[in-house]
Ligand binder design. Structure first.
Ligand code: ACO
Length: 433
């Protein structure tokens, strides 16, 4: 963080003396006004519900330019990363600051691979859930429970412990997600297999049974790996901020990540791809492409309460760069599985075509987001809709743990403690009873 020559001055209409604040510059993106001394000097707080204009931390991990439609991990554009790297390259990059060289890659991949088994007792813990429990309920419980099994990596002041927890979480998440799925199906858990890639192993744990050999489909493996890459980190979103806030109390990393999983579950965050697929299926059942025009009229009618799911984003006011990559992957997967004529994909393309030409969407800068195509890909792969958010959590774990680690490594870090504007009753006496 670098001090700028610029300063910000806050003046008051009641004649109080103005206050000057330092301004800091990042490497790219908006400058920030440092208001840490505001309360001490003025006795006032700032008011910013939803953090619309508040930078809660400094971070060197991910950068988003919503107007340009740009997403960078550690400075590298997402499209280059998605085309040239696999998910474990991205995990190394996000965790350690740069892409691994050949030796580092071999070492890192082996480290993650050799941490993918979970404590056998976790199987019994999982068996306490109902078979029809939502996978995110199961995952929140399982991730939180890890802290009861891995005591030897919970000293957050020890950088080695933090590193081991990070690897454990990244390595065990696919095992836990696959276990949650297998349990819901009444099928036996499949143990990890170390000669497969991270994503190939996950596919096998999801879809193999002990009755026959399972061969990983390379196109499907690449597609899912790309979904993981595109969801690995996204700056200070709700679940990441949750992990930071939870972790700022000094709690152990498994507890902090469980809080992130719980936050991601919400439909305004990780649950949107499920909602998008639901919208496409409903539209298909009610006339398909022929009814797209009618549907779009409803979307534009504010009284209908209908939104085009998978469109629009709080930060991106241009095409979400992840949506372009997802569309490409979608085409590839459908072609490889002989589903080129998939009606939902055709419907999605038609909705996108109309929306991009329509004034309503153009004026409001509404473009497809990553969720517009990812549900179609996951459905084609055979992943049930209820598991979509758990897949997102699996991929986002590296971002959460890297952001948590970055916070703890910052010598200036403090417990997160927002203030409030109190609007409740004045002091009053309890009446005699
Ligand atoms: N369909 C129709 N109209 C929309 C849509 C949409 N998907 N998104 C925004 N609008 C309209 C709003 O009605 C509003 O119109 P107005 O100015 O006439 O009142 C305008 O565009 C601005 O919308 P806001 O809701 O104020 O924008 P905000 O930045 O708060 O919302 C959000 C972003 C929540 C993502 C919104 O675009 C949305 O609901 N999209 C659909 C859900 C979705 O796909 N979410 C996934 C996000 S990506 C992710 O979480 C991984």
């Amino acid at each position: 963080m670098q001090l700028s020559d610029k300063k910000a001055t806050l003046s008051f209409s009641d004649g109080s003396a103005p206050i000057e604040f330092p301004v800091y510059q990042g490497t790219i993106g908006p400058d920030v006004i440092d208001i840490r001394k505001l309360y001490g000097q003025s006795g006032m707080f700032t008011y910013d519900p939803g953090f619309l204009a508040t930078a809660s931390c400094e971070s060197g991990i991910t950068y988003i330019d919503g107007d340009k439609g740009q997403l960078l991990y550690r400075g590298y554009p997402i499209d280059q990363l998605a085309q040239k790297c696999d998910f474990l390259d991205i995990c190394h990059l996000i965790l350690n600051g740069d892409l691994p060289n050949k030796e580092q890659k071999a070492e890192f991949d082996s480290l993650v691979t050799h941490h993918s088994l979970v404590h056998e007792q976790l199987h019994f813990f999982l068996r306490g859930f109902r078979r029809d429990a939502h996978p995110m309920a199961v995952l929140t419980g399982l991730v939180g429970a890890l802290s009861a099994f891995y005591h030897d990596s919970t000293d957050i002041t020890n950088p080695h412990h933090r590193q081991v927890s990070a690897i454990r979480l990244i390595a065990k998440m696919p095992t836990l997600v696959a276990m949650a799925y297998k349990y819901s199906q009444g099928q036996p858990f499949i143990y990890p297999q170390n000669d497969l890639s991270y994503t190939g192993n996950f596919l096998r744990m999801m879809f193999a049974t002990p009755c026959e050999e399972y061969k990983v489909n390379e196109v499907v493996e690449r597609a899912l790996d790309r979904i993981f890459i595109l969801h690995a980190d996204h700056e200070q979103n709700a679940s990441t901020s949750t992990v930071r806030l939870c972790g700022s109390s000094g709690t152990n990393p498994f507890a902090a990540i469980a809080a992130g999983v719980a936050c991601l579950w919400g439909p305004a965050h990780g649950g949107a791809n499920e909602a998008c697929l639901q919208m496409l299926e409903d539209l298909q059942a009610n006339g398909g492409v022929a009814k797209v025009g009618e549907f779009m009229e409803k979307v534009k009618d504010k009284n209908s309460g209908v939104r085009l799911m998978g469109f629009g984003h709080r930060v991106y006011k241009n095409y979400d760069p992840r949506a372009k990559l997802m569309q490409e992957t979608c085409k590839e997967v459908l072609a490889s599985l002989g589903l080129e004529n998939d009606p939902l994909f055709k419907l999605a393309m038609e909705l996108e075509r109309i929306a991009l030409e329509d004034d309503y969407f153009v004026q409001r800068k509404l473009y497809p987001n990553v969720d517009f195509y990812s549900g179609i890909v996951q459905r084609a792969i055979g992943i049930p809709t209820s598991l979509f958010t758990a897949i997102f959590a699996l991929a986002r774990t590296v971002g959460w743990i890297a952001q948590w680690n970055e916070m703890l490594s910052d010598p200036d870090y403090k417990i997160g403690r927002p203030r409030q504007l109190y609007v409740g009753p004045q002091v009053r006496d309890v009446p005699s009873r």
